[in-house]
Structure formats: C-alpha cells, structure tokens
Design a protein around this ligand. Structure first.
Ligand code: HEM
Length: 138
C-alpha cells in the first residue's frame, strides 16, 4: 500500500507542476509577437500537456482509486476530495481547450487573464485536498 501511496504522491506533484506551469506559458504566449517565439510556445505547451500533465493526472487518479477501492481507505473526507479532483480534471481539460485556441492562433484573452488562472483554481484545490487527506476531519 505504501508503494501505491508513494506513486500517488509523486504523480500528484507532477500533475500540479503542469497545472501551474502551463498557464504561465500562456501568459508569455499571449504577450509574444514574433513568429519564432509563438511556434516555440506551441511546442512547449503541447509537450507539457501530453508528455507530463495528462499521464501524471491519469496515474495520480488511478493510484488514488486503487488506494480507495483496492485498500478500502476512505471516509467522508474522500467524497469532498473527489469533488475537488473533479474540479481539477475539468480545469485540466479546459486548459487543453485553451491550448488548442493558441495552437490555431485563435486566442483572444490577455496575459492578465492567464495570470489569474495560473493560481485559481489549482492553488486552493491543492491546499484543501492535502488538508482533507492529512487531517481527515470527517
Ligand atoms: C480520484 C482522485 C483521488 C483519489 C481517489 C485519492 C484517494 C486517496 C487515498 C485513498 C489516499 C490514502 C489516504 C491515507 O492513506 O491516509 C490518498 C492519499 C493522498 N492523496 Fe489522494 N486521491 C486522489 C487525488 C489526489 C489529488 C488530486 C491530490 C492532490 C491534491 C491528492 C493528494 C493526496 C496526498 C498528499 C495523499 C497522502 C496522504 C497521507 O499519506 O497522509 N490525492 N489519496
């Protein structure tokens, strides 16, 4: 069980690394004017999203489900945590849609917008999910 939990924590960390870094790339992509820079951001975003974020999300969720359904670790706290995870998965998919807009040069949002989604909702979800799983308040 401890190997599965270790795997879970490692891929949760990797997933969050991408959830924080991809919007940061969007900030600079939205400000870029040179075509070489714009094409470079498209490559970086695609590799981050499909090479790191999505595999990490899949392994983090699969190992979490294994801990819950395989080892029977759960409680009221887990249902609230699952709700938070659903928000994260929706955010992950939305970031993919925003990346597709950038890829086809259809982005119309400003760097200020992307500075906001750089932190929200990833940071509050991270804090509440970790507090829930460590304290298990109910
Ligand atoms: C469907 C998704 C997920 C499920 C079903 C799930 C389920 C679980 C379960 C059952 C445990 C074991 C708790 C224990 O042994 O005390 C656990 C541990 C943990 N989970 Fe998740 N989790 C999921 C996603 C996440 C996400 C997105 C985060 C990040 C915010 C996260 C952070 C953690 C941490 C830090 C631990 C270790 C807690 C400890 O050792 O006390 N999990 N998870």
């Amino acid at each position: 069980m401890l190997w599965v939990k270790s795997l879970h924590i490692v891929f949760v960390v990797s997933w969050f690394a991408g959830l924080f870094y991809l919007p940061r790339l969007f900030v600079y992509h939205a400000m870029a004017t040179d075509s070489i820079g714009i094409e470079r951001f498209k490559v970086m975003e695609r590799k981050l999203y499909y090479g790191i974020m999505t595999p990490s999300a899949l392994i983090a969720v699969a190992s979490g489900l294994w801990l819950w359904l395989g080892y029977g670790i759960g409680g009221g706290w887990l249902y609230v945590k699952l709700f938070l995870v659903a928000i994260l998965v929706a955010h992950h998919l939305w970031l993919g849609k925003l990346m597709a807009d950038f890829r086809s040069d259809k982005n119309r949002r400003s760097d200020v917008f992307y500075r906001w989604i750089n932190e929200i909702p990833a940071l509050p979800v991270l804090v509440f999910a970790v507090l829930l799983v460590v304290f298990k308040p109910f």
